[in-house]
Structure formats: C-alpha cells, structure tokens
Design a protein around this ligand. Structure first.
Ligand code: NAD
Length: 367
C-alpha cells in the first residue's frame, strides 16, 4: 500500500493491530510512567536497511488515537526518507503526549531515554517539533541511541542549513527537468515559511540572484528576512496569485490540494515541509495531469536525517554536504521514472524506495 495520510485514513474505531498491518509497522512501544507524567509512543516502521532513526515529537494531541496515527505516519515516512537517500537506516519515530512548554522536564526526558535504551539500538531518537538539541542531551544521559546533539559535545548541531541545501538541490534538479538547465538565473521562487529551513533557503537562492518572494505568518520575521536578503514580502493570501516558476512550501504540510493546485501559477513545487500533498494519490496524479513537477518532500528534505546519519558515523560537515548533494541525483531519478512510466513523482519515489528495501532484504536473508 502506498504511503498515505494516515491521520485521515485511520479511524478511531480501527483496531490497533489493523492499523499496524495497514501501515506495515514492525513494532509499536507504549511508554507510560506516572511519576514523571510520561506518555509516549515509539513506532518502529522498518529496520531492513538499519536501525530506525526518527524524531521525537512532543505535542498536545487531543486523543491517544491522534497520537498513534501521527507516530505511524511519521515513522513510515522516515523509512522512505532514509531509503531514498541511500542511507543504511530504517524508519521510526516517537511522540510524547504533552505541552512542550509546560510538561517537559529532565526527568520525563530521561525516563523516555530509558525506554529508548531498552530497545537496544533498534530505535535512534532525534529532535522534532517540541524537542531540541538540549532535550537530546537529556536522552543521551540514559542511552547512546540518540542523534542531533549540539556541536559543542560532538553532535551534528542545527540541521536546518543542511536541510535547506537539500531543498536547493531538489529545486535545481526540478529546474533541469523543466528548463533543460539547472541554472537558476532568471528564475523566481515563492518561499512559504521562512523559519529555520526557509531562511537558509532564501539565502542560498539570493546568492544565485534568484527573484525570491517570501510569506510567513510572523510579520516581524518576514520584514527582517526581506530586508536582510532583498526578498519581496507577500501576504499568505497572494501566494497562489503570484506568477513564479517555483513554489517552495517550507511551513506546514497539506498545502497542496485540489483548490491550491487549480490556482497555482508555478511549474515546480519543491519545499521542505513534510507531507505536502493533502492526498498523495489524488493530488500527485492531479499535478502530473497538469504538468506541474512535484519534487517529493521526503526526497528533497532529507538533509536533516542525513546530518544525523553523519553524526552516527562520526560527524563530518564535509560528508553531510556530500550526501546532501546526492539529493540532486535522487530527485533526477525520481523525475525520470515518473516521466518514463507516466506515474506521479510521489509514486515514482515510493517505487524506488520499495525496490531498494526489497533488494537489500534479499541480500540480508541470503546468508
Ligand atoms: P520553523 O518552525 O523554524 O519554521 C516554520 C515557519 O513557518 C515559521 O517561521 C512559521 O511562522 C511559519 N508558518 C507557520 N504556519 C505558516 C503558514 N500557515 N503560512 C506561512 N508561514 C507559516 O520550522 P523549520 O525547522 O524551518 O521547518 C519547516 C518545515 O520543514 C517543517 O514542515 C518541517 O517539518 C520541515 N523539515 C524541517 C527540517 C529541519 O531540519 N528543520 C528537516 C526536514 C523537514
């Protein structure tokens, strides 16, 4: 079954085991500790290529069902992201139920670290929404199976510049497909969301003299970034009215749906946000029908996981950058397969991933 938006397809009435079967997960671990208030779920989707690396998200889920659906969806996309990037990593994720601003304590994170330790390396924790490198340090106090530590203690530090570099490579590979050259001279890009990744991307684009439009709900930040890099600030409402070559969603997922696709004036969509298509199959196909090139999010936003992988191997910035530059070739391969088989780019990417995992599985089970 192709990767889908599990939040919408998994129903609260579905049994837990049927959800696991549908998503193809290997293991789900429920972590509960009344003393620290810890309520967490660790989902290990696939470990054929290697240990399951994934973020620890701390979020105020309304229901436990919502938390489970999120961790199943996130962990599966980690499998795909690591596999398409050629890493020897599987996919997993964890969610901690709670408000990261109020409920996060050293004790809670260290207790969570104990649960990670008990998985004996099958899961490696990294940062995600609601957690940061300092939190990874607390987890590290209980287990070595953690990545995304601060540079000051030998970690890979802030992944955003590397993530932005990967998106930049994905944009270049897509531009090559549409315009026959990967030069960005004379091109225009709308960057939606100028946070950690978005701002770094704006810098890379402006360094190549690209015309950049920026939009963010944070008006102060928009003003600052606009001034710093000479980018044109636009309102969120006008994103789909602007005539630009590339739309780069770098805020939230789900921004690409039937309504926005019909409004879109761009020939390329390539950004860092996870799960950009509201419905993978339907909207992937609609983009194909309309001739809009979609650089699949998990292919081009893999810089963060590549940075963590490099940390596990003994961090080298040079190695991280080299692996991230491979995103250009990975994107080209996806676009070529999509064209050759007349399938959406997301289905093409899924096909490449599933073949790699099946091939390596055969290698591993043959002796
Ligand atoms: P961030 O929180 O630093 O930045 C997000 C920005 O988007 C903020 O400035 C926020 O104000 C803005 N925003 C939120 N809602 C918006 C909306 N509706 N319209 C316009 N702007 C809006 O996050 P980030 O680390 O830059 O990550 C951006 C996206 O890329 C996320 O979807 C994240 O999951 C994904 N991603 C990040 C990394 C990484 O290394 N940071 C790696 C891979 C993928």
């Amino acid at each position: 079954m192709p990767l889908k938006q599990y939040m919408s397809i998994v129903k609260p009435t579905d049994s837990i085991f049927s959800q696991l079967e549908d998503c193809g997960h290997k293991k789900v671990v429920y972590c509960s500790d009344p003393d620290t208030g810890l309520k967490a779920i660790i989902a290990i989707h696939n470990t054929i290529l290697g240990p399951a690396l994934g973020g620890v998200r701390m979020w105020t889920y309304k229901t436990e069902h919502e938390a489970l659906a999120d961790v199943l969806r996130l962990s599966r996309s980690m499998t795909y992201k690591a596999a398409i990037s050629g890493l020897n990593l599987g996919g997993g994720s964890a969610v901690i139920i709670g408000d990261s601003r109020k409920d996060k304590t050293e004790a809670l994170l260290r207790k969570f670290g104990r649960f990670v330790k008990n998985l004996n390396g099958e899961f490696i924790a990294g940062e995600d929404v609601g957690t940061n490198p300092r939190d990874m340090e607390y987890i590290k106090m209980e287990t070595d199976h953690v990545a995304g530590l601060p540079e000051s203690i030998g970690g890979s530090g802030d992944p955003a510049p590397i993530a932005a570099m990967g998106v930049f490579m994905g944009i270049k590979a897509s531009v090559k497909e549409v315009f026959g050259t990967d030069s960005l001279t004379g091109k225009s890009v709308i960057v939606q969301g100028i946070g950690h990744v978005g701002e770094n991307l704006v810098k890379l684009l402006r360094d190549e003299n690209v015309k950049v439009y920026i939009s963010d709900i944070n008006e102060e930040r928009t003003r600052q970034v606009s001034k710093k890099y000479g980018a044109e600030a636009i309102s969120n409402n006008s994103i789909f009215d602007i005539d630009a070559d590339i739309y780069s969603p770098c805020a939230l997922g789900g921004t690409i749906n039937t309504e926005t696709i019909n409004k879109l004036n761009c020939s390329i969509i390539a950004g860092s946000a996870n799960n950009q298509l509201a419905d993978e199959e339907e909207h992937g196909q609609l983009l194909l029908d309309k001739g809009i090139i979609f650089a699949p999010d998990y292919v081009i936003n893999a810089g963060g996981v590549i940075n963590c992988y490099s940390e596990l191997m003994g961090f080298s910035k040079k190695r991280s950058l080299q692996l991230t530059e491979n995103i250009y070739e990975a994107t080209r391969n996806v676009l070529k397969l999509s064209k050759a088989e007349s399938i959406s780019t997301i289905l093409a990417a899924n096909k490449i991933v599933e073949k790699r995992i099946a091939d390596i599985n055969k290698v591993k089970s043959s002796y």
